[in-house]
Each structure stands twice: as structure tokens, then as C-alpha cells.
Ligand binder design. Structure first.
Ligand code: GLN
Length: 479
């Protein structure tokens, strides 16, 4: 049988690509070589990788070539740097973890490998996930550039993942992570599909923690079908991770193309108007009209509590958790090792002072303060109570609606020089629409729905817990 060249595979879906691998139409080793070459060329200009794992990718490709099994057989995949991959330096974009090579795979990576995926490398991100523009990279790391304009941000914190998902010309799915919006935000800025699953749907074992009650791993790809097939591989209970759910895993691909007639979608009123770019509004409204023509009932609703209190609540809970999670990093057990004289305390503070970036230090200070005796009740404990109100508000809405829609991000991807002028508090506002579902642990999906001035625009769909299927169903109706 004639082998299909890589060029012919360019617009193939993951399913078509994998079928061609199963049928012996693709030489997986040769293909992987070519993809790695493309990655190197793209990376020179756009900085999507912290590590390109050439040797191990080829070794894996050789194994797959012999045993072409698995629903992701031969598929090139990239992994956000904060997710541990055995044998490949995994730093979460931080100098403090420089040189850390995990002796194990994160559960999500293990599952991808079992399904036949080939790991290309680790993608660039804000240090530990602290940011919405991928500009808060660790000391010595590079900032990923928007695939549509190199002077602009990819979004964050999974910026490298989303940029690569857009830029690679061959079938590819990137693994991202979201604490407060880091899957849908960069997916929106890079014009790709990003799915953040329900908290507990995908194991966090082997994820370098940001905020443990918030972190989720999810796929970013070119189409709804591509993220659906990947989610199926990732999802499910993991005995190594006690917050994973035992809820049955759906066959997500079955929702792609399913009729959306009579589904009820709430239009989040607060996502429009002041602060939202008119071009973003127009594209999202056009998407709503498309859903309506497909038979979806759309109705405006108010999500006052999540939108109004989301940012302050999130920016107390997330740094509180981050500051405890980062306490273990001092260059003794993992990563950066230094020859520093003195006792443990002075070693600890010197290593951390040198190797944490500015935003990481800010989050540690902020989170330590909000958890401190005397302030804990006023900040951390109070924020957890508001979080409960936010969850209750969503739960009430989902009694009537199958999903919610709003812009993912209110603005078009900004230029780096514009981002540099923002105060930290201003930069946190980029997450205004995404922190709600993240605090509530709800699945949410970014769909590319238009463009303005050559830059992509995304709409965010949010559904009730474990209703990823409905998101994919509605998302596919917007493709
Ligand atoms: N931008 C948010 C933050 O800085 C969310 C990041 C994320 O989801 N990892 O915390």
C-alpha cells in the first residue's frame, strides 16, 4: 500500500491520522523525525518548547512502528512543562526546578503513552502557571509568541501548548493545565479548541502543583473531535490520586456531531458590555445566533456572584495554596542545587531568592499573608466561603441550562509592550470570565468563533460537573 506523505496528512484529524497508522500507511519513525524538524523550526521563532525531547520521541516512535496499537498510535503530542514526564527535564518553567528529571510519568502521560502517543517535549508556560499571558516565565526561560503576530501574547499560562497546537501543520494535541483559566485563555488567543475538564476528571498525579483544589489537566487541539478522543484516554479514576472521581467516563467522541436541538444555553450577561472589545462581542453574538439556528434555546442570564467575586476569591485561594505547595522547593531534593555556605534557613532563602521569578515571589508573599495567623479568617477562610456561594450560584443555573456561553477573554491578544505596562492587579483581570468555572470545578471549553485584525476570538462554553459531552456537542455545532 502506498504511504501517505506528511503533506497529505496536514489537514487530517487525529482519528484519520491514527487510522492511517493502524493501516500501515504512515511510517511512524519517519513521520516523527519530520515533526521534530518542524518543531525545531517553529521553536526558533516562537519559543513554544522548554525542551524538545528528540531522542526519546524517536525511541517511542520505533516501538509504535512495531506495535501499531492504541487509539492515539503514533500521534505527536506535547506536554505542558508542569506535567512530569519520565526521563525529560520537567521544571514547570521555573529555574528552581532546573535539572529536575522525573523518574516517573504523570498518570495522564502514562495513559497517553499506553494509547500510543509520542511525546515531543515540554511546552513553555508562566512559571508554575502564575499568569495569563505566558510572560511570567522563570529566570532564563523564553516567552512564547502568538502564532498570528509575534509581538503579541499566546495567552497563558499554557501558552506554548496552545501556540504549538495552532502552528504545527500535522495532527497534534497538546496537554495543558488550568488553575484559573490556563487552558481556555491561551486556546482563545491562539485560535484553537481547549477543553478544561471537571476537577477530578483527569488525574493530577505527577502534575507539579499550583493550587491543589483548582488544578486540572486537559487537551488543546485544532478540532473538537481531536480533544474528545484525547479526553477519553486521559479521563478516569486513578488510585494514585484521591481526588479523581469514580464517575463513569463517557465516550466523548459520540457527542461530536450529535444534534443540539432543544438544548438550553444561558448567555452570561456580565460577559458583554463595558470592558469587552466590541469585536469580541460581535463574534460571540454571531456564534450564539449560529447555535440558535441549530435549534438551541439561548437566553440571557446573570452570573453576578461568580463574575463580581471571582477574581478576589481566586486571587486569595490560588496563592494561598501555591505558597504551601512551593514550600518544598529549595533546591535540596529537586532541581537547582547550589553551593551555598550557611545553615538551612540561609540556604533556603538564598536559593529561593535567586531562582524564583518576580511573580512567583509575589504569589508566595500574597499566599503566605492570606493564610497567616490573624489574617486567615479574614482572607483565606472567607474566600473559601465565597467559593461555596459561587458554586451554589452555578448549580442553581444548571438546573435550567445545559451550558453557559460568554467570551473566553474580553480582549484580543495584547502586545507584549502593552502587557509590560499593566500592574499585577490589572493583569489579573484577564481571568475575569474564566476563574468562575475554575473555582467551581466546572468543565469549560474554548471555541474559536471569529477573528478581528487578524487575531482570533474565542467563546467559552461551561457545563455542569462531568458534562464534558454536552460541551463537545455544542462546541462541534460551532465549528
Ligand atoms: N492566570 C491565572 C493565574 O495567574 C490562571 C493561571 C492558571 O490557570 N494556571 O493564576
Amino acid at each position: 500500500m502506498a504511504r501517505k506523505s506528511t503533506t497529505e496528512q496536514k489537514n487530517a484529524s487525529v482519528a484519520e491520522f491514527v487510522k492511517a497508522v493502524h493501516d500501515g500507511q504512515i511510517d511512524v519513525v519517519e513521520h516523527t523525525h519530520r515533526v521534530l524538524e518542524e518543531c525545531k523550526i517553529v521553536n526558533k521563532e516562537y519559543c513554544y518548547f522548554n525542551v524538545i525531547a528528540e531522542e526519546s520521541a524517536i525511541a517511542q516512535a520505533k516501538l509504535i512502528a512495531k506495535n501499531k496499537k492504541g487509539i492515539l498510535a503514533g500521534l505527536p503530542m506535547s506536554i505542558k512543562d508542569s506535567i512530569c514526564v519520565k526521563g525529560i527535564e520537567s521544571t514547570a518553567g521555573s529555574a528552581i526546578l532546573k535539572g529536575y528529571v522525573p523518574p516517573f510519568d504523570a498518570t495522564c502521560v502514562e495513559r497517553l503513552r499506553k494509547a500510543g502517543a509520542i511525546i515531543l517535549g515540554k511546552t513553555s508556560q508562566d512559571e508554575f502557571g502564575f499568569g495569563g499571558f505566558s510572560t511570567n516565565v522563570g529566570v532564563g526561560f523564553t516567552i512564547p509568541k502568538n502564532p498570528f503576530d509575534k509581538l503579541r501574547s499566546c495567552g497563558g499560562s499554557s501558552g506554548g501548548a496552545a501556540g504549538l497546537a495552532q502552528k504545527l501543520t500535522v495532527p497534534h494535541v497538546a496537554l495543558g493545565e488550568s488553575t484559573g483559566g490556563s487552558i481556555v485563555n491561551p486556546a482563545s488567543f491562539c485560535g484553537v479548541v481547549g477543553l478544561c475538564p471537571t476537577y477530578g476528571r483527569v488525574s493530577r498525579y505527577g502534575l507539579i502543583d499550583y493550587g491543589s483544589s483548582l488544578d486540572k489537566v486537559g487537551p488543546i487541539g485544532k478540532t473538537v473531535a481531536d480533544v474528545a478522543v484525547t479526553l477519553k484516554v486521559l479521563a478516569g479514576f486513578d488510585e494514585k490520586e484521591s481526588t479523581t472521581a469514580t464517575v463513569a467516563v463517557d465516550d466523548y467522541s459520540k457527542f461530536v456531531g450529535k444534534d443540539v436541538k432543544s438544548l438550553n444555553v444561558g448567555i452570561v450577561k456580565e460577559g458583554f458590555g463595558e470592558g469587552t472589545d466590541p469585536a469580541v462581542e460581535r463574534s460571540v453574538w454571531a456564534a450564539i445566533k449560529r447555535l440558535e439556528s441549530a435549534g438551541v434555546n439561548c437566553k440571557e442570564i446573570s452570573l453576578k456572584i461568580p463574575i463580581e467575586y471571582g477574581i478576589p476569591t481566586y486571587y486569595i485561594i490560588a496563592p494561598s495554596e501555591a505558597s504551601t505547595n512551593l514550600a518544598k522547593l529549595c533546591g535540596l531534593r529537586y532541581g537547582a542545587e547550589e553551593k551555598i555556605e550557611g545553615d538551612f534557613n540561609s540556604y533556603f532563602s538564598q536559593v529561593r531568592a535567586r531562582h524564583f521569578g518576580k511573580e512567583a515571589k509575589r504569589r508566595i508573599l500574597l499566599g503566605t499573608f492570606t493564610r497567616m495567623a490573624g489574617y486567615r479568617d479574614a482572607y483565606y477562610v472567607k474566600a473559601t466561603k465565597v467559593r461555596r456561594l459561587i458554586i451554589d450560584d452555578y448549580k442553581k443555573v444548571f438546573k435550567k441550562f445545559d451550558a453557559l456561553i460568554s467570551p473566553t477573554v474580553a480582549i484580543l491578544p495584547p502586545r507584549f509592550d502593552e502587557i509590560a505596562k499593566l500592574t499585577p492587579a490589572q493583569s489579573y483581570m484577564i481571568d475575569a470570565l474564566t476563574v468562575g468555572p475554575n473555582l467551581a470545578g466546572l468543565p469549560h471549553l474554548n471555541m474559536p468563533v471569529g477573528a478581528s485584525r487578524g487575531l482570533p476570538i474565542g467563546a467559552m462554553l461551561t457545563a455542569d460537573h462531568f458534562n464534558e459531552g454536552k460541551l463537545l456537542q455544542l462546541g462541534a455545532a460551532l465549528e
